[in-house]
Design a protein around this ligand. Structure first.
Ligand SMILES: N[C@@H](CCC(=O)N[C@@H](CS)C(=O)NCC(=O)O)C(=O)O
Length: 285
């Protein structure tokens, strides 16, 4: 790494050094697959290729909620994609997500398999397929989708911005940490104000907006992201705290949040999920 205060960008950027920091080994400026690898396919209509990160957990919570609502067509196989080892760059994965990031899904319930990538698109696909968790009335639907797209556009400032510079970057850069801490706190305030006036994010019912937002902002509010609870003073967002605890208590959320996780006590993680019985014996916190 060069001293950032002395850095003058060259005329044309080139990839001649690792960027440094956690995850530097998987960062590349190209999108092609790195190796041939077919994806496994299980017996259920929905095949999920993912990891238990906030973006991955959105989808497993959604699926567990749909199953809890009685939709057996939402049965799924959740395969573990180890992004630290580059599984997302295998040819089979890139075939279903040209952006090479988890989560990606294959809906094999029809005559022709449908690929879906981007967690927000997956949530919408599932909501529309089963007629759940996305209101039909125009105003309520617009509110719900507005919050879904707010989450999709905002969270990269938290993860790729604040989380990267506060927790993962090889050096602590005050300018970058200040910039992204300010934006992260602004976003937490957006949610706190909304949740002061509304029980759930999109109104008085639980929707896919809560499912999209909780794995990011609920986890930040619990102080479990980037070890930054104190730094961001998350306890000051009292309405966000109320909502975070309420969503965390849902049985489907407790199940969905452990799918495709591998780190921690064996009783608290579920590396792959292929049947409801896979949760038997797990401690769901
Ligand atoms: N906008 C995408 C973001 C997906 C994303 O950033 N996935 C991360 C994990 S949370 C990933 O796969 N990273 C691996 C990589 O960048 O190579 C979505 O919501 O689906």
């Amino acid at each position: 790494m060069t001293d950032s205060s002395a850095y003058t960008p060259p005329k044309v950027w080139s990839w001649d050094q690792p960027s440094g920091g956690t995850f530097a080994n998987i960062n590349r400026p190209v999108a092609s697959p790195t190796h041939d690898k077919e994806l496994p396919v299980g017996r259920h209509p929905l095949q999920l290729y993912s990891l238990g990160t906030p973006n991955g957990v959105k989808v497993t919570i959604m699926l567990e909620e749909l199953l809890a609502l009685g939709h057996s067509g939402a049965e799924y196989d959740a395969w573990f994609i180890n992004i630290g080892k580059g599984d997302q760059f295998g040819s089979g994965f890139v075939d279903i997500n040209p952006n090479a990031k988890i989560p990606a899904m294959l809906d094999r319930s029809g005559a022709t398999p449908i690929r879906i990538f981007e967690s927000g698109a997956i949530l919408m696909h599932l909501a529309e397929k089963f007629g759940e968790l996305l209101p039909r009335e125009a105003g309520a639907r617009a509110e719900c989708l507005s919050w879904l797209f707010w989450q999709m556009g905002s969270a990269p400032f938290v993860g790729g911005g604040f989380g990267h510079f506060y927790a993962y970057a090889p050096t602590k850069i005050e300018y970058a940490i200040n910039r992204y801490a300010m934006e992260t706190k602004r976003q937490l305030d957006v949610l706190d104000r909304r949740l002061a006036e509304s029980e759930y994010v999109a109104g008085d019912t639980y929707t896919l907006a809560d499912i999209a937002i909780w794995p990011w902002y609920g986890i930040v509010a619990q102080g479990k992201a980037y070890n930054a609870g104190e730094f961001l003073n998350v306890q000051e967002y009292t309405h966000l705290q109320r909502w975070t605890a309420m969503i965390a208590a849902r049985p489907a959320v407790k199940r969905g949040r452990i799918v495709n996780t591998s780190q921690g006590d064996a009783a608290t993680v579920l590396i792959e999920r292929h049947a409801a019985s896979d949760f038997n014996g797990k401690i769901l916190g």
